[in-house]
Design a protein around this ligand. Structure first.
Ligand code: 3HC
Ligand code: NAI
Length: 698
């Protein structure tokens, strides 16, 4: 039977072996058997002197088929196939285009030479799946380019452009014309010559430099286990022969493959893609956007504008005063100047970006924009005024978006007089870096307006997640809950540092108090004051400690102290805060008791899941994956836990519910177990079982 995904086109004495497995030529079992069959045939055919492996479609093989992991293996093993090919005495050359990744790049590494398209890239992103390159990559990369390069590529998973790949010795030639023809010509030059096999190469090894680089990698790993396993493999490549190194790689790969971390990260890979297909928007075309307006050139307005312009969109940015405008423009110019200095872009690109920026104090300049994003002060009266004016001057069909963190998009929509055009686009700070954008659908927002928010988010290289209106939307609403639980645990006996240490050891990028100090404590203090009259007296109030800290003018890092002091340049515990905490407990009549790290993390996680269940029942989002994507991409949740909902499935919904009940006992009103969670526990359901619509009203 002919293989459906691999074929050979004979080009005289060279066999051109072509893989065609759309969309990304992932190495399925059929690709493996096809490659084996066609390579062996070429090797056996006396008329064939050499072979070239190339791919159809948008890319060279982008890796193993991730959906096959965890299933019983079938077909030939990739390692055996590659080792056999490399050991052969006829030259095989890889013709690389698109992104040759993971197992795809490993195929190329086992050929005798690599020719790459100038726009092509190579990389081993397995670490992002909690894995390591498992088909010789950890052994062949250091043998070709040195152990430090191997460690860098395999632990960062970064993509390497053609020119750099050439300079690192990972490829042999950057094509100047037709990739396949040049690869065929290159293969012919190797016929009859001694073949250069990656597995047989050796590079000098600087142990001290490697030790240091490895220590840096492990420090950055934040609980992820794959980087240490990778470092072990790379080290093995420097001591024994290829077979010994390969054995270490195999053992470590198999361990990672069955680990919870890799399962979580593979889930994230597919969930990220799934999350971008909002069920009720499938098939809805976005509106056309060529010109964008931004209102407000503060922290967020400037960041959003940088991101829009970096994606090639011209932006008109409006401020109330020339001074505020100049400040915002300077911030953007400084960012691009820094990018030039760091070699990320050249001066010409920076100049092009500046040319796409139109700063003005004339609000009417927004009249020809297809999308306007508002990022002014977080006050409903100001937002209403801005949208009232915008509704009158913006062109028909323009999408009007607010970057509000908490405010009601429906009210803002009414103020504009055309709620169908109004959506929320909640970016995260720094907006030119953070990947998440919450796209808020008001009750009257038109579907194509919402889809426009999604499309623009994607164009900006972000991860847009669509959701309905509620206080704080998905991300900040859940954040508020776990902040309160943290505060209560501090009142009960933990110190802020205990909470931060526990959460950071659990894998969070930063604990809540370190984040508070970074973001500024004054914002929360002002919100507490402003909404004091709306506070439910039956709910446990946890503001006393933060208020006492703020009352000393300690607003966080910007004032040199907050929950911690930063006098030495490092985060340090301050006895003043310890006293404030102890006094707050005493004032409430609480006898402080030690709180274990396990209690801290399990309470905080359970509180997140419980609030998320309420959000799902209210149909603010319809899928647990939406919550996971928000927390992973906007709030520093450890990717190797998959997100709070995936983690809840790992722990067990019934166990999480039991913890939620304990949290409720401590926290009281507002922390009642979500009915969805109770229903799930009673019916033995996992979050993975919840399909769009399943949770609504439960
Ligand atoms: N396995 C299975 N499916 C894959 C896949 C893979 N390796 N890579 C991509 N896909 C699927 C995606 O799920 C998506 O499916 P959908 O259309 O149904 O949602 C489709 O292919 C297109 O992918 P993207 O939407 O991501 O397309 P982009 O053009 O944006 O990106 C890409 C292309 C850069 C290749 C990106 O898909 C990517 O990074 N893929 C993963 C690469 C990777 O991690 N490779 C290593 C795999 S592990 C491995 O090789 C182990 C080995 O060492 C033994
Ligand atoms: P900011 O104070 O840094 O900037 C606001 C800017 O808006 C100021 O430069 C001000 O001069 C300008 N402005 C005020 N009224 C205006 C008007 N009528 N027309 C034009 N410009 C006007 O505030 P920041 O932090 O950028 O916040 C803006 C919005 O983004 C708020 O709604 C906030 O809740 C939201 N947000 C803030 C985040 C943050 O971390 N700072 C994160 C996500 C959202």
């Amino acid at each position: 039977m002919t293989n459906p995904v691999v074929r050979t086109e004979q080009k005289g004495d060279v066999a051109l072996i072509i893989v065609n497995n759309p969309p990304v030529n992932a190495i399925s079992s059929a690709v493996r058997s096809g490659l084996k069959e066609h390579v062996e045939r070429a090797m056996a055919d006396p008329a064939t002197k050499a072979a070239v492996i190339a791919c159809e479609g948008r890319t060279f093989v982008a890796g193993a088929d991730i959906s096959e992991f965890g299933k019983p293996p079938s077909g030939p093993s990739l390692q055996d196939l590659l080792n056999g090919m490399e050991a052969g005495d006829k030259p095989v050359v890889a013709a690389l285009h698109g992104t040759a990744l993971g197992g795809g790049f490993e195929i190329a590494l086992a050929t005798h030479a690599r020719v790459i398209d100038p726009k092509g890239m190579v990389g081993v992103p397995e670490v992002k799946l909690g894995l390591l390159p498992g088909a010789g990559g950890t052994q062949r990369i250091p043998r070709l380019a040195g152990a430090l390069v191997g460690l860098d590529l395999c632990t960062s998973g970064r993509f390497v452009k053609a020119k750099e790949a050439l300079s690192l010795g990972l490829v042999d030639k950057v094509a100047e014309g037709d990739l396949r023809e040049e690869a065929i010509a290159y293969a012919r030059t190797l016929v009859g010559k001694p073949l250069r096999r990656s597995a047989e190469q050796q590079q000098p090894f600087d142990k001290a430099a490697f030790d240091k680089a490895e220590a840096d990698v492990l420090k950055k790993a934040r609980g992820a286990i794959a980087p240490a396993k990778i470092a072990e493999c790379i080290r093995a490549s420097t001591v024994g022969d290829f077979k010994q190194g390969e054995a270490v790689e195999r053992k470590n790969f198999m361990e990672l493959l069955v680990s919870d971390q890799s399962k979580a990260m593979r889930y994230v890979f597919f969930a990220e893609r799934e999350a971008q297909k909002t069920p009720h928007l499938v098939g809805v075309e976005p509106r056309k956007v060529e010109k964008v307006g931004v209102i407000g050139a503060g922290t967020m307005g400037a960041g959003i504008t940088i991101s829009l312009i970096n994606s090639g969109m011209p932006v008109t940015i409006v401020e109330t005063s020339q001074e505020a405008l100049d400040r915002g423009v300077k911030r953007m110019a400084d960012t691009w100047a820094r990018d030039v200095k760091l070699g990320r872009i050249n001066q010409a690109v920076a100049d092009q970006r500046m040319a796409l920026l139109k700063p003005t104090t004339d609000f009417n300049s927004l009249a020809d924009c297809d999308l306007v994003i508002e990022a002014v002060f977080e006050e409903m009266a100001i937002k209403k005024d801005v949208f009232g004016r915008l509704g009158k001057i913006a062109k028909k069909g323009a999408v009007l978006a607010s970057n509000t963190s908490y405010l009601d998009i429906n009210q803002i929509g009414e103020a504009a007089g055309r709620p169908e055009d109004v959506i929320g686009m909640h970016f995260f700070s720094p907006a030119n870096i953070m990947r998440l954008v919450e796209v808020i659908e008001g009750s009257k927002s038109a579907k194509d307006a919402v889809q426009t928010g999604v499309a623009i988010g994607k164009r900006m290289g972000k991860l847009p997640i669509v959701m309905g209106v509620c206080d704080g939307f998905v991300g900040n609403r859940i954040l508020a809950t776990w902040r309160q639980v943290s505060d209560m645990l501090v009142e009960e006996g933990a110190m802020p540092k205990d909470v931060d240490d526990a959460m950071e050891a659990w894998g969070m990028a930063m604990g809540p108090y370190a984040v508070g100090d970074l973001a500024g404590l004054d914002i929360g203090m002002r919100r507490r004051k402003e909404f004091a009259h709306l506070r439910d007296p039956e709910k446990r109030d946890t503001g006393a400690i933060a208020d006492a800290i703020c009352a000393l003018g300690r607003y966080g890092q910007k004032t040199g102290s907050g929950y911690y002091t930063y006098a030495s340049g490092k985060r340090e515990v301050d006895p003043v805060v310890t006293q404030i905490v102890e006094k707050a407990s005493k004032d409430k009549g609480i006898t402080r008791k030690p709180v274990s790290a396990d209690k801290i993390t399990s309470y905080i996680h359970a509180a997140m899941v419980n609030e998320a269940c309420k959000i799902l029942s209210e149909n603010i989002v319809s899928r647990p994956i939406d919550v996971d994507m928000v927390k992973l991409n906007g709030y520093g949740f450890p990717v190797w836990r998959g997100g709070p909902m995936f983690e809840a499935d790992r722990i067990g919904v019934d166990k999480v519910l039991a913890t939620v009940k304990e949290v409720h006992k401590m926290a009281g009103k507002g922390f009642e177990p979500a009915s969805l969670l109770e229903w799930m526990a009673a019916n033995n359901k996992k979050f993975a079982d919840i399909k769009p619509g399943d949770a609504k009203g439960k």
